[in-house]
Design a protein around this ligand. Sequence first.
Ligand code: CDP
Ligand code: MG
Length: 697
Amino acid sequence: MSQFWKPGTDRPSLLDDEEGGVLFYSASPFSSSSSSGYGLASLEKQRQRLPVFKYRTAILYLVETHATTIIVGETGSGKTTQIPQFLKEAGWAEGGHVIACTQPRRLAVQSVASRVAEEMGVKLGEEVGYTIRFEDITNTDLTRIKFLTDGVLLREMMDDPLLSKYSVIMVDEAHERSLSTDILLGLLKKIQRRRPELRLIISSATIEAKSISAFFATSKRHQGPESEEDVPSTEPAILSVEGRGFNVEIFYVEDPVSDYLQATVSTVLSIHDQGSMGDILVFLTGQDDIDAAVRLLTEESQIGRKQGLMVLPLYSGLSRAEQDLVFSPTPRGKRKVVISTNIAETSLTLEGIVYVVDSGFSKQRFYNPISDIENLVVAPISKASARQRAGRAGRVRPGKCYRLYAEEYFLKEMSAQGILEIQRSNLVSSVIQLKALGIDNILGFDWPASPSPEAMIRALEILYSLGVLDNDAKLTSPDGFQVAEIPLDPMISKMILASNQFGCSEEVITIAAILSIQSIWISARGTEKELDEVKLRFAAAEGDHVTFLNVYKGFIRSNKSSKWCHKNFINYHAMKKALEVREQLRRIAQRLGIALKSCESDIQVVRKAVTAGFFANACRLEPYSHNGMYKTVRTSQEVYIHPSSVLFRVNPKWVIYNSLVSTDRQYMRNVMSIDPSWLREAAPHFYQHQRPNPIAH
Ligand code: CDP
Ligand code: MG
């Protein structure tokens, strides 16, 4: 099939799939420099071989003498796991102080914390601990190194605005520029002015750090020459840790692929057929397509044709045991295939990867302030991400990266950096947090990158209609402060507050807990029909929220049985997690003075409480629609009920939804039917000026 190779390219790949699925050709390698890989050394030896080890003294010196130190180093060079330990060894955790290290992702927090505890030979949760939302594995007296999400650190500021217990805060994975990271950087810059003794370390896998450095350099205070000895320099120091990657040879598809899932499967199988050793890391977009790929590949390996494949998923929400499998060494004679979201791009390092398969996509949040629609979209990644993904193949020896897109596309169409999350997000949660921290002038806040004014205005408008902000855009008391206090989306928090007056807090808290879990159903390609049938056992005419209540009741009645879950296509781990979240929310509710009360079978009050939070997401069925088309009440956007909803095809006239996902259309997920009169009750300001009047029917 050599006539398919692109002229002028070297080393045509052997990967010509017999079924004609995917053809690759190779492009020039992009990465150089190499050093020796790991042997079977002790943990301590492994530590000493990491690139950051050579920079230990330099890092500690810079941290001592600079308020902010920026450390750039390739993924796997030891930034996350080693630097907090260096700091501890140098005494930064003495006098009861704590060293913090933030991550954008929950799974990364758990994973690096347990690795560091292991390296230090301590029990996780004692000297080394971690905190993610709804899970605090720390000990106030013992914990000296604490890993946490950037979102959790933001929340901690509500109780301790100067974060006074921390001596050093390391903001890790800063190149990702997640929404919470950016807000955190803005606030830390403010804190620094009040606490000159606080040290910041900002670590990044790419030189994107430059713009962050510029942000910290423009401090209003202490500009110019070095000040007295004991005052640290306010100019950030930048240290680049030399990488240790091996060459990675890149292959592109000859022709664009139409089904990247199928292309992934056939590429993995072809690599396996070639026979040479090494694990495979595949980048797909989310739980759905990862589960589907895992299933397809597992089937292949079970029918005997492809023995020796050990196929594992990697995404947030995995159980502890599933995570451990991914990180444990590959058994002899096996080849691990890890199918991951972009969490494995820079946050986590997997040893032993020699092949990377890059779909070219990831799930990204996009918010349009004009239509007021936010959704999770499967979108093309940036060149920077593509390079990071490829780099994962060169950890232990020279590797190969198979890109499921054409070279032409990579060179000419892929964007260099992508859009910052802060510029494509709904800002409702961020604005309320800044307000709760006393930052009244949101527009004048010193942002590392400015969000759009439209998005800020939209956020203010929603918060005003939720009764969280008053006419002067200050938090209302007590509602505003209470909503800010609950670590959930403000719409969900508002729903919980409203449940107090409707006397149904027990039910609404259950709903809130389940909404905070990705999905409680077990779904896989090929079992949709069975799942749909099972759902009918729980389905409520009022919609998904009430259905969740039925599932919860069934689970409790079964005595929290995993067998019962299995029989009903319900994810047991998700339900256990929901129960934990529910307990924590009950405690928070009690603290806020919300009476824990059940409405028993009066479901209407539950729906009213949900509406009190989600009125802004109201939609109306188009009067003559034959295909279930709805329009949003606010901005007349076309939306449809997602096939996974129990209201799919039922199409009640008025609904509200929890979130949108966009594929070929905008689909509403978690939908509930409502009476339109509740909208006015819930938010008179929001709905009084609608034209044409949608409430008139
Ligand atoms: O943060 P950075 O990407 O620079 O590296 P790191 O996460 O500190 O990882 C350094 C090394 O620790 C990796 O090469 C892995 O070998 C090891 N590690 C591990 O084995 N298990 C983990 N859960 C985390 C790291
Ligand atoms: Mg790291």
